[in-house]
Design a protein. Structure first.
Length: 583
């Protein structure tokens, strides 16, 4: 039996997060019963699934079909990108004249993948291409280091990947030296656009692109398709790089809706049978050989390994891995990334503990925006640590690694706070900044850090309310445990891939009994057996070990969970992944 969802309700539970902040459960408004019934008749789907679709805005049959069964035809034509024709004309001319084309990428997964996509595509078309990614110490974006490298390579055309929108002076220097620059990016402009040959960025003002959520690899993919079409070449080699597009889209936490959903679904299919030698080597080294590659495994296992190259090593090694055509070349690089990732994890732990200590010394009642700075922090891990601080303390956070007279910072945010807009209001205190709503980077003079911390907190306090700092858990449907079946789990797989913009469905079961003593498993996991009306279900909550004292055998609780399948030792069974619980 399916419970009836009330209208939007706020329910507060305590002691959910490490700092014991309160958490609100937000239940979606009950979907229109007539719309649910009509969708069920049209698509022959169970009521529970139709309730989910209608509640998420897919109540029309055609829209629901498009959501459940995306197709490549749903991708918009590349021509909707502003400046595309101009960029294609220049690239085709460079390929045919054998000019040296310099591909300048960023040092994260998105930058590595978009650099690889354009390098492979243009080389396949006969172009003379030199890929380049600066070291993290050179700073984010196209900088003087990139200008020098492009000049030294003898290039006459520079194409940026995942950067360039804010690089006004470097672009001007290249254009002034007779080197044309085509910017491909997806970051929000922080001011005027560079005076480059062309700017391909769906987020630039007045860009007619139908989808503003593409990551840089999505932009590079569309540009590669357009250039291939202009040269009357077979587009299949470009389509076969959708595994890289999916990898970048998921790693960059781009919203998994619209075109990104199409790219992620088709890309994950390719990733599971990829012919990319480097990707295969990385999958083997990560222990995922012969295992299903899901969005979760991309985000938590594969992406961190590729990111490790740019965080604590050289991101160009990641490009070399993805360009490799022989296992003898790919395997050593994949093993190198494994070692770098282990080193990165150790740095994460060290910086996280220091950052936590700093936050604990701050009056959080008066601090809505956190700026933490220290000497010796590795600039390659501060973004990851900033994400952890946001999760634990519920405030937009910027970590700054100080070295010499400057500091390089990386920030992450909570959903009610536009980080890029917030930092923009502090621009007079910064040397450079860039990013988007949920993540951004800054470069700042050391002596301006205290002023920046004060100003950023002022902006956060002007923008946020105390309620905004309370973590929210959005619940999709109320169910009883007897509703939780293999059939439901199979149907919910059609919602995947899940992430930002398309979250994994959260279910709530009320009045569930704790059937056996809860156990701490692994480092910080909590396992509990749930019972309701003769139905039992094992629930596992990672990061909830500290809450074991809240449960006792026979206690009645409400549980919020995501439904998943646990596969272990050849056995497969349903499992509830706990999101929260309350008495």
């Amino acid at each position: 039996m399916v419970g009836t969802a009330p209208s939007l309700e706020s329910v507060t539970a305590t002691a959910v997060h490490p700092q014991s902040r309160q958490s609100r459960w937000l239940l979606r408004e009950a979907p229109d019963a007539h719309a649910v019934a009509a969708l069920g008749r049209e698509l022959n789907l169970p009521e529970l699934v139709c309730r989910l679709l209608v509640a998420r805005g897919h109540g029309e049959a055609e829209d629901a079909k498009r959501y459940l069964r995306p197709r490549l035809e749903h991708l918009s034509d590349p021509s909707t990108l502003g400046d595309l024709d101009r960029a294609v004309e220049r690239i085709v001319r460079a390929v045919r004249n054998r000019e040296t084309i310099f591909i300048h990428g960023d040092y994260d997964v998105d930058g590595i993948c978009s650099t690889t996509i354009l390098t492979r595509s243009l080389r396949w078309l006969g172009g003379s291409v030199t890929p380049f990614i600066p070291h993290r110490r050179d700073g984010y974006d196209l900088t003087a280091a990139g200008v020098a490298a492009a000049t030294a390579a003898g290039s006459t055309l520079v194409i940026t990947c995942d950067c360039g929108t804010s690089a006004l002076a470097p672009v001007a220097a290249l254009q002034g030296a007779g080197i044309d620059v085509i910017v491909t990016d997806h970051h929000l402009p922080g001011g005027p656009l560079p005076q480059s040959y062309a700017v391909l960025n769906p987020r630039k003002p007045a860009c007619p692109s139908l989808d503003k959520d593409l990551c840089a690899a999505g932009v590079a993919f569309k540009l590669a398709l357009a250039v291939t079409k202009a040269m009357d070449a077979n587009p299949n080699p470009v389509f076969n790089m959708m595994d890289l597009v999916a990898l970048a889209t998921i790693a960059d936490v781009a919203p998994l809706r619209g075109e990104n959903r199409v790219l992620a679904i088709y890309g994950l299919r390719l990733l599971n049978e990829t012919k990319n030698v480097g990707l295969r080597a990385m999958i083997r080294a990560a222990g995922l050989d012969r295992r299903q590659i899901t969005a979760g495994r991309v985000g938590f296992i594969l992406a961190p390994r590729l990111n490790a190259a740019g965080r604590v090593g050289s991101a160009l090694r990641g490009v070399e891995l993805l360009l490799a055509t022989e296992e003898a070349v790919a395997n050593p690089i994949a093993r190198e990334l494994e070692e770098l990732n282990g080193h990165r994890q150790q740095l994460d732990r060290e910086v996280l503990e220091q950052a936590r200590d700093m936050v604990r010394a701050i009056d959080l009642d008066q601090t809505y925006g956190l700026v933490l700075a220290a000497e010796g922090w590795h600039p390659g891990v501060i973004g990851i640590v900033a994400s952890r601080i946001v999760e634990e303390f519920g405030r937009p956070t910027i970590l700054i690694a100080l070295e010499g007279d400057e500091g390089k910072g990386s920030g992450r945010s909570i959903s009610p706070f536009d980080l890029h807009a917030g930092i923009s209001r502090c621009r007079e205190l910064l040397l450079r900044f860039g990013g988007h709503r949920s993540a951004a980077g800054v470069t700042i003079a050391r002596d301006r850090v205290p002023d920046f911390a004060s100003r950023f907190n002022e902006v956060a306090r002007e923008t946020l309310t105390p309620d905004d700092l309370i973590p929210e858990l959005r619940v999709d449907l109320e169910v009883e445990l007897q509703d939780v079946t293999d059939g439901l789990e199979a149907l919910l797989r059609h919602v995947e891939p899940c992430g930002i913009g398309n979250p994994s469905p959260v279910l709530v079961a009320r009045g569930v009994r704790v059937a056996s003593p809860p156990k701490v498993v692994g480092k910080d996991g909590l396992r509990v057996l749930l019972h309701q009306n003769s139905t039992e279900l094992t629930a596992l909550g990672w990061g909830m070990a500290q809450r074991v004292g809240e449960l006792s055998v026979g206690a009645t609780i409400d549980v919020a969970f995501r439904l998943e399948r646990d596969e272990w030792n050849g056995e497969s069974r349903l499992q509830a992944r706990l999101a929260d619980f309350r008495a």
